[in-house]
Design a protein around this ligand. Structure first.
Ligand code: ADP
Length: 334
């Protein structure tokens, strides 16, 4: 099984992957987001202008990179893709911004991780489409302004709270991505199966959707795994029986929780009396990086009502006890 960290960068997921939607009409679910974006994109295209900068936030695998790419396709412009940790110095950003084409989409993933010097350069670029460039050193140093093409910055993050307010306020469009419904995930599974020529029963696609943690990336990954099971231990068609057996082998339960999710819950309950326990302590206890705990595991556990975030740390809810078949602690029985 892939750990949370690996789920961030599954390399079967390149931008040219055939199951990645290319246009808004292929992008399933998130109707409100699509409707609004469609209007903003149409308006910008009709005026021949760059779309306003777009801030995308939400857990990994919900379609942020996909949406950035779709925006460029719909606008008929190029996309440049990078991530904040890849830009070490202002000159890395300058190199990208001076070579983009007019009105293109510039996608920065993990935008909460920009270096301060890079971030400062980005402010001016976003606002004035210019770069402040320092030449010379010491007392003779001076700043010149270099014009750059107009562009749309699409900044994506799983941690909106960590984005500084000067940066955040420079985005004109703010999109919050939510977990997908089971129906939306079923549609994604059916669409992907069609493209990949995978045979799957109607009921089976819904069972799979139910265990996909509200996340298209997980849905697509499970679909590929079930195809393997159907091929090797079944007769090539993904049926509910194949799904049932496959999920059991992968140790994924009816809520879509994996072994590691259950370990997290169990740790809070047995090691910390149900909590509260701080995120960092918890991450160390379960041998997970703080980022994958906070970005990948927690949002779904919280959304499903297994964990609560309190000021003093994470708390396991009665549902978590019930799901694991454990007795409530005294302090939880209020
Ligand atoms: P993020 O950037 O938020 O981590 P991605 O854009 O990489 O997520 O999406 C993960 C995968 O899920 C992509 O390969 C894409 O094919 C699929 N996907 C995401 N959102 C949708 C959607 N709304 N409809 C269909 N497929 C989607």
């Amino acid at each position: 099984l892939l750990s949370g960290e690996a789920m961030f960068n599954e390399d079967t997921e390149r931008l040219d992957n055939p199951i990645r939607p290319k246009l808004l009409e292929d992008f399933q679910g998130q109707e409100d987001i699509k409707d609004n974006l469609n209007i903003f994109i149409t308006a910008a295209r009709e005026r021949g202008e760059a779309l306003d900068h777009v801030f995308l936030n939400g857990p990994p695998g919900l379609g942020k990179t996909t949406l950035a790419n779709i925006m460029a396709n719909e606008l008929g412009v190029e996309t440049r893709v990078t991530s904040a940790p890849a830009m070490d110095k202002p000159k890395d950003l300058a190199g990208l911004l001076t070579t983009i084409s007019e009105n293109s989409v510039f996608f920065i993933d993990e935008i909460h991780r920009l270096k301060p010097t890079v971030e400062e350069m980005l402010y001016v670029a976003m606002e004035d489409y210019e770069l402040d460039w320092i030449i010379g050193q010491g007392p003779s140093a001076r700043t010149i302004r270099i014009p750059i093409p107009k562009f749309t910055l699409v900044g994506a993050t799983t941690k909106p709270g960590k984005v500084s307010s000067p940066l955040f306020t420079r985005f004109g469009i703010n999109v919050r991505m939510n977990f997908y419904t089971q129906e939306e995930l079923r549609d994604i599974i059916v669409r992907s199966a069609g493209i990949l020529d995978i045979k799957i029963d109607k009921d089976a696609s819904f069972s799979l959707a139910k265990c996909s943690r509200g996340t298209p990336r997980v849905a697509n990954r499970l679909l590929r795994r079930m195809r393997d099971f159907a091929q090797v231990v079944g007769d090539g068609i993904i049926t509910t029986k194949v799904v049932e057996q496959g999920l059991k082998r992968l140790e994924i339960d009816s809520y879509g929780l994996e072994r590691h999710d259950r370990e997290i819950l169990k740790t809070i309950i047995t090691k910390y009396n149900g909590g509260p326990v701080g995120a960092e302590t918890l991450a160390i206890s379960v041998g997970e990086g703080i980022d994958s705990l906070e970005d990948f595991y927690e949002p779904y556990l919280i959304q499903q009502g297994f964990i609560k975030r309190t000021a003093r740390g994470r708390v396991a809810t009665p549902l978590a006890y019930k799901h694991l078949g454990l007795e409530l602690h005294e302090n939880q029985r209020l």
